[in-house]
Design a protein around this ligand. Structure first.
Ligand code: NDP
Ligand code: 8X3
Length: 247
């Protein structure tokens, strides 16, 4: 039986992916900080789901949690680096340096540490890595500042991993979604339900299940195929172009 390690399985894409992979007959190790949500998933998905309550920014904690995996869950075939967040929607200078650091710590440093820790087992098993980047790493927008920059890092890191892992059989994908409804905007706006509702109203955004299905597709492709980069948007989202300021 194959095993997928999903960071951020307590909400949104990660939670939907945990359900999708268990439905597909895989085992799932799911991480997150909210223990009660992990326990609920364990109750729902049964023995195929192994909860790991750990913060991805806690490098030592993540390393110890992985070292402590029961033998039946230690053979990881696929790593989905999904845990991540945006904080704030305003352009500079109306931003918080603390928020910027948290995005870097979570989206970049946490992802780096988890990846490096799991590369030996992924190499041994000729496994795969799906990294959650974003259209925000490709298309600049006001207020995207550090969030978009972290996702540009994720894309380039993914491509560079491909180069480093050449010949190992390990595949790596940078998955780059556009607007998708989850808890993402509530987190970004510090719990502003109206901001969440307004953003998605009438837009038919992507759903967490759409992303879970995409991850399932990527994770179960024949082993000789590598999708390097996959950008996915809702049909109702496209490009707004450049801006010109006139004096
Ligand atoms: P959600 O907010 O719904 O879920 C985020 C998940 O990440 C939660 O399970 C949360 O768990 C986990 N997480 C956040 N911080 C940490 C941390 N420090 N340690 C451990 N887990 C953490 O967001 P989405 O599902 O929408 O987002 C998933 C990924 O996709 C993110 O990387 C996001 O940037 C990216 N993305 C999202 C898009 C969107 O429009 N929604 C579009 C493009 C990319 P917990 O709080 O329990 O720790
Ligand atoms: C989330 C997509 O456009 O809200 O990564 O920044 S966007």
């Amino acid at each position: 039986m194959k095993t997928v390690f999903i960071t951020g399985a307590t909400a949104g894409f990660g939670q939907a992916a945990a359900r999708r992979f268990v439905t597909g007959g895989w085992q799932v190790v799911g991480t997150g900080r909210r223990a009660e949500r992990l326990e609920a998933l364990r109750a729902e998905l049964g023995d195929a789901f192994h909860p790991l309550c750990v913060d991805v920014t806690d490098e030592a904690g993540m390393s110890a949690a992985i070292d402590g995996l029961p033998a039946g869950f230690a053979g990881i075939d696929l790593l989905i680096n999904n845990a991540g967040l945006a904080l704030g929607t305003k352009p500079v200078p109306d931003v918080s340096l603390t928020d910027w650091h948290r995005m870097v710590d979570t989206n970049i440093k946490g992802l780096m540490a988890t990846t490096l820790k799991l590369i030996p087992v992924l190499r041994d098993r000729k496994g795969g890595i799906i990294n959650l980047s974003s259209i925000a790493g490709n298309w600049p927008y006001a207020g995207g500042n550090v969030y978009g920059a972290t996702k540009a890092f994720v894309k380039q890191f993914s491509l560079n991993l491909r180069a480093d892992l050449h010949g190992t059989g390990v595949r790596v994908t940078s998955l780059e979604p556009g607007m998708a409804e989850s808890e993402f905007t509530l987190v970004r706006t510090n719990g502003n339900q109206q901001a969440h509702d307004t953003l998605y109203a009438g837009a038919a955004p992507l759903t967490s299940d759409d992303l879970a299905e995409t991850m399932w597709w990527l994770g179960t492709l024949p082993p000789h195929i590598n999708v390097n980069v996959l950008e996915v948007m809702p049909v109702n989202q496209s490009f707004a172009g450049l801006q010109v300021h006139r004096a």
